[in-house]
Unconditional design. Sequence first.
Length: 687
Amino acid sequence: MSIYKGLNVRDEIESHIFQETVLLFMEAASKGIAQSEWPDVPDEFINQLRTNTRIWAAFRTHRMQNDIAAQLLDENGQLKKFDRWVEDIKGMTNHYVGPWLRTEYNTAVLRAHQAADWKHFEAEADIFPNVRWMPTTSPQQDPLHRQYWEKKLTLPVNHPFWEKHRPGDRWNCKCTLQQTDEPVNDEVIRDFYPVPQQPGLDNNPGRDGKLFSDSHPYIAKAYAGADKAVSNAVGTVVDFVPAKTIEEAEKFARQYCQRLGIDRTFKGEISYKGISLDNANEINRALKQVMETVDVPKISGIKPISGSSKTRQKIFKDGADAVAAYDPVSKGIYLNTDVLKSAKAFTEYQKRAQEAWDKVMSNLDKLSPEMREIAERYKKAGRSLVDPSVKGCIIHELGHHVQWTKMPADLVNSIKDIAANSVKISGYAGATKGEYIAESFASWMKSEKRIAKDLQDFFDSIAKNSKAEPNRIINKRQKTEAEKEEIRRRWNKRGYRIDGIRQLPAGDGQSKALTKAVADVEKDIRMNKSFETGVLFDTDGNILIDKRGKSYSVSFSADEVKKMKNNILTHNHPRGWQAKPDLLTHIGSSFSDADLDTAVSADLLEIRAVGPLYTYSMKRPAKGWGVTGQTVKRAYKAEERRVQTEMWQAIRAGQITPIQASAMHFHLVNKRLAKKFGWEYSKAKTR
């Protein structure tokens, strides 16, 4: 191994581990995109995803190689024998290539899937403008996310809520989003309790092409030398590496700063004194994104203002709680240390702002006419600011910088009717013409398509053709009415939903009416907790048999079996109701050998089974089942023995629990039999 042989783990990347990691997570990305209903994503996005995955894989490799290299020397400072070193790092390597790697891989698959969905949501937002948070497919539901789908949260695609909260922002989250033209349901947002963002998952992969964000510990807490080593390995400049110290953060920001001859305040300097490191890094992210996205002069500096400063009230004209303020004369930015001194201070600042918003909104009738008009504007806009985060606030201030250094005076003077236009952007956009422009710039940076055409054209005209361009989504050609109608037609064919959840298509999947007929019955019979019910449908959706059975079986007469040929039989498996809702076995079980014997012997077109949460389907191929019922039963028993053996071995090895083995057992047997005989087997969470 090159690490044992003396690889410079600070400045180089171990090539074998790196390449294997890249291949594994690109496989995860491809798998996730393929699982989306809209896997045809733009090539530019695939390239962006590939580059960012290579960068993340390099940071992961750098962390891993440094961790295991730290164990090379013994207590006397001598190189350990290879066998001892391998034994000493076994716990570390098991972590990096064992359970944690599986968690990262599974999360990457889910987020790639969600990214592909998001690109489609953006593309068709003019037809289906809203997105609904859908229930998790996991039997172990996250209580923090449950609040969203229980209240059927429905918001516009460009709503700021999706910047901070979305499926995939917690490890192994299996919630989804669904586009819809149903009305917005945003009244419930105020009642939500906060969901903490998990490091590495606090981004929208559909917008920035990153399966894991820059806050992931591999990047945010990277070891010394990581940025250089990663850049060399990947062959490109790393997007952004958070600084490890305030001094390092100040040094980074200076590249976007220059001294102006008339300036006597900032003097071309950057100071983050009194600012937390996390907030300094967020400020730097904003600087980098804006300066690399638009062609704009450097600022003259950044200066913190303390609570004891005599000039504080003069600078922060909008109140002592303002995050930052731009000086149009000196072309620099002031920072409020009381708000930015720590993550806690900024959180408290946001909490105060939200409480003030709630108080005003609940007391509109008590306000003066002038104040009520302002409050109504904020309410109609639906948000105070385009982006209230630290990064968003700095982008807003840089919007002022764009106005004062790049925007033609005639364009500024031509801006009229701010009060009416601002409600499309934010409440604060209506405060003054300057705030309207700054908030418009912040909205443009987020590609929200809310701003006036003249400002959109101006910001587009100063955009750089650089690597920073993926931070924004280029405006697309407007769809024709014929194209919109075709999209609606495809939407209507996508399948039948109950409570927003897509049901498994019945028969050949071409008839939505047939699927509706079958799924509506399944919705009822799956709730039978103490007995099975069998229902037979013809391909037109007519019920031919509806029969109640015993606790765990339902029998049919010879005459009833004769009716089954070329038709669809569904039934419920009530055993899943015996398990508590938080157990994996609550999802229900797949087909028994008797189920498949019935399907083959009666020559069914399809057999289906429903449990408390899932629906299972086995469909006959065009050439027929191809085997006899007795052959199926023998093959089932043989495959069942193999699965049982594998499950016991996995349990003994500590890889799975008995509960997990029980939940997977029948599914694995049916999946393998379907592959063996060429049948079409599927399952899906349908409740």
